[in-house]
Structures are given as C-alpha cells and as structure tokens.
Design a protein around this ligand. Structure first.
Ligand SMILES: Cc1cc2nc3c(=O)[nH]c(=O)nc-3n(C[C@H](O)[C@H](O)[C@H](O)COP(=O)(O)OP(=O)(O)OC[C@H]3O[C@@H](n4cnc5c(N)ncnc54)[C@H](O)[C@@H]3O)c2cc1C
Length: 605
C-alpha cells in the first residue's frame, strides 16, 4: 500500500493512517470502541473527479484534517494516462475496474463492457478527455423536477470555478483532415457549426474541447491534487486501499451516524478502521457508491438480509434509477486513403514517429483527442434526415436548447473502443450514435457481502423500446450524413440495399439510407450496441425516499454524517459528457459541507 502524503512521506502501510481492527458482522460499532482509532475530520472514499475536488477544497482550511482513500494506484507514473491519444491502452489495464453488465435480454443476452477508472483521478484519468459542461437546460430540468438549488443559475459559479481550477480546457490540439469534411456535411444538412459547445450552445456540430494541457491529459487528479495541494500537512492521500464498508454508531435517538470506514488492501489482508470526526463522503462513482452503501447495510432490506448483511437503514432506492448513454455501436464508414489517422493504428513506424513527436516536442496526433467532432441533434427535429420511416419515439430532452442524440466522430476505423483495429489497408471513420436521454433505467446491486465481488450492473438497455427506435433513427442519420458533400467525396461507400451475406466490417456504412429497412438497422444495432460510458443516477438526489438515496444537500437519507458526491447523485442524465458536471457538483458540495459544519457549530453555541 502506498501513502502519498504531504511531507513527501515514504510509502507506508495502513498502520500509518488507520488502526488494526477485527471486523464484526454488523457495521454498527460502539462509540467507545472508535475512540482509540486514528481519526480525521473528513474521510473521502474514492479519488475520482468528485473525490479530488473535495479533498482539495476541504483541506484549504488548514485546521481541518482530510483523508482521501483510493482503491487504485497513483496516476503519476502511468505513462498511458498522460498521453491523450493512448487512452485506449488503459482499458482492461490495472487502472480499470473492468466491469461487465448483466446479460441484456434485449440485445441477444449480451453483456456490455463497462470500464471505470481505478486510479487516482478515477475515470477522469482514463477517459476520452472531452470537456463539456453540458447544456444549462439539463440543470434547469433537474431543478424543475425538484432538485432545488441545482439549477444552472446556482451551478454557473461552480462551472466557472471548475474552469479556473479544474482540468484545463483547450481546443482539440490537432484535427485529422477528414474532420473539415464532416463539419461541412453537417452544415449542409442544416446544422449550425459550433466552435465551443459550452459558450455557443450544444446543438450543432463542432470540434470537441479537450481536457488537455501542454500535450498531456489534464485529469481531476492533475488539476486538484497538485504537489502543492498534496503537500498540505492536513491532507493525506492513500492509494491502493479499498474501503470495504462504512462503519456507524447509533445516536441517542437511535439514528445511525457514520463514524468511519473499514479499510484493507485485499480480501485476505489485514483489516483497519479509521474514524471520521465530522463526515464520511462517498465519491466512489456510479458503481462504487451504491455498492458501498449496500455493503454497509443501507439499501433494500430484503436483499441485504438475503446476503446476511445486517440492515442499518432500509432504503430500496439505493442502486435504482441507473441511466446510461447507450450507443448504437461504432459504425465504420469506408474512407479514401490519406484523410484519416488509420496509418497510426496500422503502421508501427507512423505510431513510433508520432510517439517521438509527443515525447520530444509535445506535439502531434498523440497530444490530440480520438473522438474529435461532436454532432448534437434533437430526435424530433423534422428538418433532419432520420427517415424515411417515421418512428414513435419519446421526447425526453431537457429543454429547447438541449439535444437527445449525439454523434461522436473518430477519424479512424476502430473496433471495440480501440481495443482492436482493422488490418492494414482498411481506412475509415467511426461514428457512434449515442442516445443521451434514455427512457430505460437500471440497477446496481451487490451479489455478496464482499467489496471484492463486482456488483450486478443491470442497465436494462432497450427495456423501453423507444430507446432502440431512437438509435435506429440515429444510425440512418449517419448514413445520410456520409452521403452528403463534401464528406461523400472523402469516403468510398457502396450503396447496398441489403446486408452482404458475410458479416462485413463496413456494414451498415455501405447501406443506401433510402433503401435499407428498419429491421436491418435494428438487427445491426442489437448486435453492436454498446455503452457510451456515461452512467449516472444510481444513488439519486431528491426529496422522495422511494426514488432518491440522498437529500438535496447530498446527505444519505435516514443516517447522519454520510454524503454521496459523484455521478450517482445526478437526478437525471445530462445531454452531453458528464465529467465536468461531476466536478461542478463536487465544487458545490464542498461549499455545502463547509456551511453545514458552520451551521452545526452555531446551533451548538
Ligand atoms: C473510457 C471512458 C471514457 C470517458 N470519456 C469521457 C469524456 O471524454 N468526457 C467526459 O465528460 N466523461 C467521460 N467519461 C465519463 C466520466 O469520466 C465519468 O462520468 C466521471 O469520471 C465520473 O466521476 P465520478 O467521480 O462519479 O466517479 P469515478 O470517476 O468513477 O471515480 C470513482 C473513484 O472511486 C474509487 N473507488 C470506487 N470504489 C472504491 C472503494 N471501495 N474504495 C476506494 N476507492 C474506491 C475508484 O477507483 C475511482 O477512482 C468516460 C468514461 C469512460 C469509462
């Protein structure tokens, strides 16, 4: 186990920050027992974007002690995490929790790969670095649905803070030649060209902004846990340490109070306990936070009892309401040689040259994004070519200026998130149609009482058929876009009216959009649909205990001194990329934590 501390202390074990402990079956312990434990004012569980923000902000007050516990390793020293274009190398590495969903009946029983960052910086240290605040309409819709205080008027200040102190936002450093043709084709279809989705509005087509600074990934860990921040004597950052569960005492009125956490380095390793004098704050992400709540006895009582977990608080909403951005799958459009970046994936010489350019000059394609162009549309926009078939699809957009469909354009032919590439001589661009406002909701639920067993992730993709229809519509839009000048001249498409006999890499890119049937597109989507990797809302904020796990100050319902701050508290999906919204929410949460402590002090005096 490594401990990154202030005084650049050498790596040490948990004994330096926690107390050896023999776990009991129940997570409720006696107060007396906790009094000899090592302690901090705040314990933050999970060093993802939200955890990094909170660790940094809460330790600004040098009289407050903060412990940040991360299961993964430090981001420092992970070369692939630094090189923007190499993010695919982090997938299925030790920096990835490497989850899979439960088999999804609606897509032929397939499971879907769910990478999540297991590293300081969390998923912001392994993600695709697209910087997007998401449309203000998203947050206003949250407020309309009852999340008072979380509308854009309040969050604007925190987005500005995030922009100033968080991951650096830059223009996408280098665009592949084909990108200009993609943008012109989108414009020809009537879409506005947007140079900055955050300031000019999300609807339209434009280059993504990048969380890249000086040719390197600018993650939440890089931004918020700089050496200067880590050298604060009141902040301790522990890596390679699993939080196994939250520990509670009982107040005189019988209400459970989070008093600390149980830590270890693995299923067979020694256990430790550490006390939180003020609060435990879960920032363990959309899988980790509901998992830890359930492991600690907060969740659906009947499910917990079946697993032998003593119930601390019956709260069936924990783990429910999961929403993911589902993608139709990566559609590869055959391109003419010379306008894409396929040479980088297929020719080791070009790849080596690009690496050298990055290493020695901090320039070139390795400093750029892999998804370079974004196109955001509304499914119900009658001016766009989604047809010919009119389809009944739910309109779940957040407001007039928010999309419900996104097309991410990669200037290269990829297979499975770039875990694979086609053989030499295949050129293409890859476009994924992503449903931003799904109607289907799912669950995260533990399978056992051990944090080391992956929970059951069941997004229930396409449970609402509207979601499937929407992605069929999105796929047909891509076929029309591909046949629009000047993109059509950069591509090398056939116009097939039906699928070829043998499975073909370029199908349905080669399909004639006016002739291919909905059934054929639907069949392709069901076989290829995959996660766009933006799950949210598995421990939602709200005031209704049947649908939310935390209140509007992000405190877990029915217990004291415990909050959740991460993507799991989103009351609804955002119609864009969620990392910066998570950071803005954490910025506001830091203010809530500070002001709640002050209020409690005032109440006592
Ligand atoms: C491959 C990929 C690409 C993406 N690309 C983009 C993009 O380009 N732009 C964008 O905006 N979003 C992107 N996202 C999504 C975005 O990164 C996430 O939504 C965001 O990071 C979520 O932040 P979080 O704080 O909620 O959780 P996470 O980032 O998941 O952080 C949770 C942290 O908690 C730790 N943890 C969990 N359980 C425990 C435990 N028991 N003990 C200790 N620590 C624990 C984890 O290791 C992790 O560090 C992408 C996601 C993926 C997977």
């Amino acid at each position: 186990m490594g401990v990154l501390t202030s005084k650049a202390a050498p790596v040490s074990g948990p004994s330096s920050i926690a107390t050896p402990w023999t776990p009991t079956v129940s997570s409720v312990v006696s107060k007396v027992e906790t009094e000899h434990w090592k302690s901090f004012d705040y314990i933050i569980v999970g060093g993802g974007p939200a955890g990094c923000v909170l660790a940094s902000r809460l330790s600004e007050d040098r009289t407050v002690s903060v412990l940040l516990v991360e299961a993964g390793k430090s981001h420092e020293g992970n070369l692939f995490s630094r090189i923007p274009l190499a993010w695919n190398k982090l997938l299925k590495s030790d920096a990835d929790w490497n989850y899979d969903t439960a088999p999804q009946e609606t897509i032929h029983g397939r499971t879907v790969y769910w990478p999540r960052g297991k590293i300081l910086g969390g998923t912001s240290s392994i993600n695709a670095m697209i910087y997007h605040q998401c449309p203000p309409d998203d947050f206003d819709a949250w407020e309309r649905r009852g999340a008072t205080g979380w509308g854009y008027a309040n969050l604007k200040h925190y987005f500005e803070k995030a922009l100033q102190d968080g991951p650096r936002k830059s223009k996408v450093p280098l665009l592949a030649p084909v990108c200009a043709a993609v943008l012109k084709a989108a414009e020809a279809l009537g879409l506005p060209i947007v140079n900055d989705f955050d300031t000019e509005g999300t609807l339209g087509a434009g280059p993504f902004a990048a969380a890249v600074h000086r040719a390197e990934r600018s993650s939440a860990a890089v931004a918020y846990l700089s050496k200067e921040v880590r050298s604060r004597p009141n902040l301790t950052v522990v890596v390679s340490t699993f939080t196994e569960r939250i520990l509670f005492t009982e107040d005189l009125d019988g209400v459970p109070r989070a008093i600390g956490v149980q830590l270890s380095t693995g299923p067979l390793a020694r256990r430790f306990a550490v006390r939180a004098k003020r609060e435990v704050i879960l920032c363990s992400g959309v899988v980790g936070s509901p998992q830890l709540l359930q492991l600690s006895g907060i969740g659906d009582a009947s499910q917990l009892e079946q697993l032998g977990i003593p119930v601390v608080r019956d709260l069936p909403s924990v783990g429910c309401g999961l929403l993911d951005h589902f993608s139709a799958g990566t559609l590869v459009l055959r391109a003419k040689p010379g306008c894409t970046w396929d040479h980088l994936t297929q020719n080791p010489l070009y790849a080596a040259l690009a690496m050298m350019k990055w290493l020695f000059f901090g320039r070139g394609p390795m400093a750029s994004l892999s998804a370079q162009i974004g196109i955001f549309t509304k499914l119900h926009d009658p001016s766009l070519p989604y047809g010919p078939t009119p389809l009944p699809i739910k309109d779940l957009t957040s407001g007039p200026n928010a999309p419900d469909l996104e097309f991410m354009v990669f200037p290269v032919a990829v297979i499975n998130y770039g875990l694979g590439f086609p053989r030499l001589g295949n050129y293409g661009i890859s476009v994924g149609a992503v449903l931003l406002k799904p109607a289907s909701t799912g669950t995260v639920s533990i399978r056992s009482s051990s944090v080391y067993d992956h929970p059951n992730i069941d997004p229930r993709y396409f449970e609402d058929e509207s979601d499937l229809k929407a992605l069929v519509r999105g796929t047909r839009f891509i076929l029309h876009l591909a046949r629009t000048a000047p993109l059509s001249s950069a591509l090398d498409l056939r116009n097939l009216s039906t699928a070829p006999q043998d499975p073909d890499f370029y199908w349905p890119g080669d399909a004639d959009p006016d002739k291919v049937s909905d059934e054929e597109l639907e069949a392709w989507v069901k076989t290829h649909a995959t996660s766009a990797l933006h799950p949210t809302s598995s421990a939602r904020m709200g005031t209704d205990l049947t649908t939310s796990a935390v209140d509007l100050r992000l405190r877990v319902h029915g217990v004291r001194s415990l909050r959740v701050v991460d993507a799991s508290v989103f009351p609804d999906q955002v119609s864009g990329h969620p990392c910066v919204p998570v950071i803005a929410i954490a910025e506001r949460a830091a203010d809530l934590v500070k002001s709640d402590f002050l209020a409690s002090q005032l109440a006592r005096s």
